[in-house]
Each structure stands twice: as structure tokens, then as C-alpha cells.
Design a protein around this ligand. Structure first.
Ligand code: C2O
Ligand code: CU
Length: 495
């Protein structure tokens, strides 16, 4: 069981220090992934509410939209090897934290309340040490009342640039942020983000769809016959998309920021790539001639949903006399993340399942416990339990407790984890602090091995992933945020 005193001390010092459950024996070292000499970039980050015309011009504005630094989908960018020191200020009226999704940060900067830090109260600050050891496309978001705060827009993008990519010669870069809004379409007010019906099934969907915040699918100009790098992210709390392009000349060149041997969309079953919440892809698209379009769709809905239209233009910056040439997808430099030794790996099996009722592995905190009160008041935990991993659910409501770790692993050792989804719904499963190799799926054949931080599991599918364990306390959870908030989260300790 967890050390009550450590938790209470952490809660008392809310916002000031991280804390970790210590009664399990040795507390993991919070290991840095860059040398001390790495160049440091200090930046101020705040989260606050603002008004946004989400329903479009001439419609009621929406209050209580949440953004970082006053910018919807704020994008941070830095060269690989940089250390970001982020002075974060919580200007929201509620508790929050910041999690750096997919970035291999020391775990005390991982932003998971209450596992790695106490929630940051309104008006308080916390400094995150965010080393950027790997190039790629990442994002950041709260890990406390995620369903509510992300639902109202609190998502930032993070691009880690590799100078070696410059010679690939992309002509343009464009972001596609898939994020719906749960709004009353008459008055622009937010609807309840968490519903029992949604949380216990596929999740509660937004009422209006949007790309990059706009309910009108963006039209973007790009050099005719040029090479576009699309950075696509599903930042929605619920929606899974089947990403596809109306062209033969498109290939996935990175998944969750990690390079892979280019995977032409035309070679994939149904020419689509399925992406659940939190998943990213980089896509190389070759533009057609001037005035011609490439339409990018989500084919998962009965009626394909247009995400974005790319339009070929002869812009002044366009190289004169550019002609159509054969499409050869550009390969990014190979990823350099720590790789598992699959042959010598230990095996772990996880079942993603519905909760069979409250299964209490540890003592729940009594409701009058100061920590229980602090955390319930914090809205950092959900109120219902619908899901479990190996019969363990993350604490919710009155059953407030940190469950025991799913496993205690050895720092530097390799593990193969099989994840079997025995529910009727898809679950995009995310492991913090690691980039893992997706080894196999019982349902999808012919997919080359690739690296990721979030992997889709379909009903009755077993997916195998492998990774080299890194020191820390790391959560493993479904990224459908209502699922996570209703039990579908566990944690591993690596010492
Ligand atoms: Cu996007 Cu626990 O993470
Ligand atoms: Cu789920």
C-alpha cells in the first residue's frame, strides 16, 4: 500500500513538490534523458479560460474555452537536444497539471496527479523540466480533470525538430488537429463532457466536428507539385478516425512522432490508417498541379467527413517551371529511442475489461480523510468506475485510492506486453515515459513493426508491444478520456 504520510505531505505541499508512493520499497530515480550540458530554453506557460467563437461567425460565442498562453492549440517548437524549463502558471479556476505526451521526461515532470505530483491549485505555479531527446510530433495536456479541460480545448502541440530533416526539402508543413466540440448549438454553451452512458460505452462525442478549431474544414494552399508534410493529431477525447487522402501520392512517414519506413496509404487495407485519441501521424503528400486539390477525409463515419482540402498553387515561392515527377516518399532519419531486446524480454499480459463492480485491492481512503477530500474536491478523479485492467480500476468517487502498481519492472530491462481487449469498444492504450515497438496484432496482419506511444486495441484483439523500461512511476491508460476517468488506468513502477 501507499504511504499515507507521503501522500498527505504531497497534498499539503500542493503545487510545490512532486511526491511518490514510497511504501512499495525503493522510490524510482527521476532520470533525465539529456546531459546536464544540454542547451536550456526557459519559457512561460499558463493555462486560462477565454471566449471563443467556436460555432463560427454570427453565432453565440463560447465562454470557458481553455487554452495555453491565450492561444488555441498553442504550438511549441524546439530543436532536438534542447531542454525546456517550463514555468507553468495555473490561471484556471480549477486544479490542473501538464503532461508531456510521448516525450521521455523524468517522471517527476510527467504531470500525473496524484502519482507524480500534487495537482496545481488555481493561481499556483510549477516548473517542469522537459528534455527533448527525440525529434517528432508530440503534444501536452492536463492530467487532472482531463475530460473537462481537454474537452474545453486545453491541448498544446509540441514539435521537436531534427536539423537533419532540412535536407529532405519539404515545401510546406500543415497541421490537422481533429477535435470536436460538445456545445449547445443554440447558445454556444458547453454540454456535460462526462456522461455515464458515454463513459460506459464508446465515449461521449462532441456535437459539432472541427479541424484546427474550425467547424468549416480548412482550405490550405500549397505549392503545386510540391511536397507537403502533414502533421495529423486526434486531440479529441473520444473520436477515432480512419485517416485517408484522395490521392495515390501520400505516405505515412512517422507515427507518434517516430520515423518509420514510409508506408504508402495506398498499400494499407482500405487505404486508411485508424487513429484514436492522442495518436499522431506525419504524412508526406505530393501536391497535384495548380488549381487541383487533395481532399483529406475521416472515412470512419457513414458519410466521410472532410478534414481539410489542400489546393495546389503557383505561389511566388514555388520553384519556377516545377513539373510533375514520380512520387517517392521521403524517409525521415531513423528514430534513436532506446529499443527493447525482444528475445530476452519478460512477458506481461494485460486484459482491458469492464469493471465487475468495485474491486478494492487496497484500503480506500475514508471519505473524511483530508487527502480524499482534497482529491475529490480536485476533480482529478472521476466519479464512477466502468473499466479495469486485470481487474484493477483506478480509484474513483468514494473509492478513492491509488491502486497497487500493475507491475514492478527493472530499469533497463526489456518487456513484451500483450494487451487483450475483451470489451465491445475500441481502446487506444497509452504508456507514459516510453516509446514502444508495436510487434503484432491478432487482427491486423501485414503492418510493418513501428514505434508508438499509443496503440489502438479493437474488441477481441490482442496487441503486443515491447519496450525497454525506464526508471519512474508511469501510468498506462486508455486515451478515451472518460474511460480513463472511470477506471481504465493503471501504473507501473520501474526501479
Ligand atoms: Cu496523453 Cu496520460 O496521456
Ligand atoms: Cu477506452
Amino acid at each position: 500500500m501507499i504511504s499515507r504520510r507521503a501522500l498527505l505531505a504531497g497534498a499539503a505541499a500542493a503545487g510545490a513538490v512532486g511526491f511518490a508512493p514510497s511504501a512499495l520499497g525503493r522510490v524510482p530515480a527521476s532520470v533525465d534523458t539529456l546531459p546536464k550540458s544540454a542547451p536550456v530554453r526557459r519559457l512561460a506557460l499558463s493555462a486560462a479560460e477565454m471566449e471563443m467563437p467556436l460555432l463560427g461567425p454570427g453565432k453565440p460565442v463560447t465562454k470557458g474555452f481553455c487554452a495555453y498562453n491565450g492561444t488555441p492549440f498553442l504550438t511549441l517548437r524546439a530543436p532536438v537536444g534542447t531542454r525546456l524549463m517550463v514555468d507553468f502558471e495555473n490561471r484556471l479556476p480549477d486544479l490542473t497539471t501538464v503532461h508531456w505526451h510521448g516525450v521521455r521526461v523524468p517522471y517527476l515532470s510527467d504531470g500525473v496527479s496524484p502519482l507524480t505530483q500534487a495537482p496545481i491549485p488555481a493561481g499556483s505555479t510549477f516548473t517542469y523540466n522537459v528534455p527533448l531527446p527525440d525529434p517528432g510530433f508530440y503534444f501536452f495536456h492536463p492530467h487532472c480533470d482531463e475530460t473537462g479541460q481537454v474537452g474545453r480545448g486545453l491541448v498544446g502541440l509540441l514539435v521537436v525538430d531534427d536539423p537533419a530533416e532540412a535536407k529532405l526539402g519539404f515545401d510546406a508543413e500543415h497541421f490537422i488537429v481533429v477535435k470536436d466540440w460538445r456545445l449547445d448549438e443554440k447558445d454556444g454553451r458547453w454540454l456535460e463532457m462526462f456522461t455515464d452512458e458515454g463513459a460506459s460505452t464508446a465515449g461521449t462525442f462532441g456535437t459539432v466536428r472541427a479541424t484546427n478549431g474550425s467547424i468549416v474544414p480548412p482550405r490550405v494552399e500549397a505549392p503545386a507539385y510540391g511536397d507537403v508534410r502533414l502533421r495529423v493529431i486526434v486531440a479529441d477525447s473520444t473520436r477515432t478516425i480512419d485517416f485517408g487522402c484522395e490521392t495515390e501520392d501520400a505516405a505515412i512517414i512517422a507515427i507518434d512522432g517516430q520515423a518509420l519506413t514510409p508506408l504508402p496509404l495506398s498499400k494499407l487495407p482500405n487505404e486508411i490508417w485508424r487513429m484514436g485519441p492522442a495518436m499522431r501521424i506525419d504524412v508526406h503528400v505530393r501536391m497535384p498541379g495548380p488549381g487541383e486539390e487533395v481532399k483529406v477525409y475521416d472515412y470512419r463515419t457513414a458519410e466521410p467527413y472532410l478534414l481539410t482540402t489542400l489546393v495546389g498553387v503557383d505561389a511566388p515561392g514555388n520553384k519556377p517551371g516545377r513539373k510533375k515527377t514520380a512520387f517517392r516518399p521521403k524517409a525521415l532519419p531513423p528514430a534513436k529511442v532506446p529499443l527493447p531486446d525482444v528475445k530476452r524480454a519478460s512477458r506481461i499480459d494485460y486484459l482491458v475489461q469492464t469493471a465487475a463492480g468495485p474491486i478494492v485491492s487496497g484500503d480506500p481512503l475514508p471519505p473524511d480523510d483530508p487527502l480524499a477530500k482534497a482529491l475529490i474536491a480536485s476533480a482529478c478523479v472521476g466519479s464512477k468506475t466502468f473499466w479495469a485492467i486485470n481487474r484493477n480500476s483506478w480509484g474513483a468517487g468514494a473509492d478513492l485510492r491509488l491502486p497497487p502498481p500493475l507491475a514492478t519492472l527493472k530499469d533497463g530491462a526489456s518487456y513484451v506486453v500483450s494487451i487483450t481487449n475483451v470489451t465491445k469498444h475500441v481502446h487506444p492504450m497509452h504508456l507514459h515515459g516510453h516509446v514502444f515497438r508495436v510487434l503484432s496484432s491478432s487482427k491486423k496482419k501485414d503492418i510493418p513493426p513501428y514505434l508508438a506511444d499509443t496503440v489502438m486495441t479493437e474488441p477481441n484483439e490482442t496487441v503486443e508491444i515491447a519496450f525497454r523500461a525506464a526508471s519512474g512511476d508511469w501510468v498506462f491508460h486508455c486515451h478515451i478520456l472518460e474511460h480513463m476517468d472511470s477506471g481504465l488506468m493503471g501504473w507501473i513502477r520501474v526501479v
